[in-house]
Write a protein that binds this ligand. Sequence first.
Ligand code: NAD
Ligand code: UDP
Ligand code: UDP
Length: 312
Amino acid sequence: MNRKRILVTGGAGFIGSHLCERLLNDGHEVISVDNYFTGNKQNIIHLLDNPYFEIVRHDVIEPYYAEVDEIYNLACPASPIHYQYNPIKTIKTSVMGAINMLGLAKRVNARILQASTSEVYGDPDVHPQPESYWGNVNTIGIRSCYDEGKRCAETLFMDYHRRNNVDIKIVRIFNTYGPHMHPADGRVVSNFIIQALKNQDVTIFGDGTQTRSFQYVDDLVEGAIRMMATEKDFIGPINIGNPNEFTMLQLAEKVIELTNSSSRIVFKPLPQDDPKQRQPDICLAKEKLKWEPSVQLEEGLGKTIAYFEKIL
Ligand code: NAD
Ligand code: UDP
Ligand code: UDP
């Protein structure tokens, strides 16, 4: 086989740890670069006896030198609680992290994939969201450090591509869940599962009519790897997500049912700029990657509940 040397920034995080595991299983050599802000060695500890796996503690806002064939740029806190904890650091991570990884890709001629986000669409007034939609993002709100940082990273990727012919891929990831989610990062799936397992109140923000479309992490990893393998001319951006859309009320009821919980549902204030609806248009991924999600909500929630039962 063609063993590649692959750099994964954010490799100790929720998605990064699954990606490292999959790439190692596919026979590649993997370097995880992470500053452990939201990531955790526990997420990758089971991979450490693999001699083809290397972990580096490093902050991507500083330059980094290595000789690699491919880079998956995932380093960035992803949950509102964590990216708002130090918003200026979040922007630096997205922007300076992208510049450094693009500089690295340019120097060693590596292919580089950016983990962008559905958040570039903001609070969308086009539904579902195709890649051609430019988005509706508040530049000065509390989510802007993440949304605008990610938008600027996409711009940098495009300009390094146009200017320096860097071999880029951009994937726009929609809400993803699964084992290794940080238990305290406040995202809705982990919050609801933990609350339900402890028979505590399940907290819905707002009236629970806002929607999200949740994809299981294995589906995302498959989509990202397929995107990385596309022909050089196809750079994206491409949506990777599960189009099955649910209200937060439906999600809460489903989690309570699957955990046999006695939790009650309670309603809390809706955070500022919280998008009202979100659903990926995945026609492009179906056509170009021959990809669509294969794990539906009930099955994915089952696996995620089993994980949290074990670690709680
Ligand atoms: P996560 O917080 O679990 O992982 C992010 C990782 O990046 C962590 O290990 C963290 O320690 C590391 N990191 C943060 N800042 C860093 C820095 N300055 N230098 C080095 N490492 C740093 O989040 P995740 O859900 O695994 O998200 C991974 C990527 O996917 C992020 O770029 C995120 O924006 C993107 N994404 C995630 C989702 C989702 O639903 N989970 C949706 C869209 C996009
Ligand atoms: N860079 C890096 N690793 C490398 C090559 C570059 O971290 O292997 C950093 C470099 O320090 C710079 C950034 O990437 O800050 C952008 O590099 P580029 O060559 O595009 O810009 P320049 O160095 O000319 O400013
Ligand atoms: N949410 C909720 N209860 C919680 C955590 C989140 O109702 O305990 C809501 C949140 O307001 C948003 C949705 O669930 O409308 C998804 O939130 P998350 O932070 O997981 O993702 P994002 O808003 O970034 O899509």
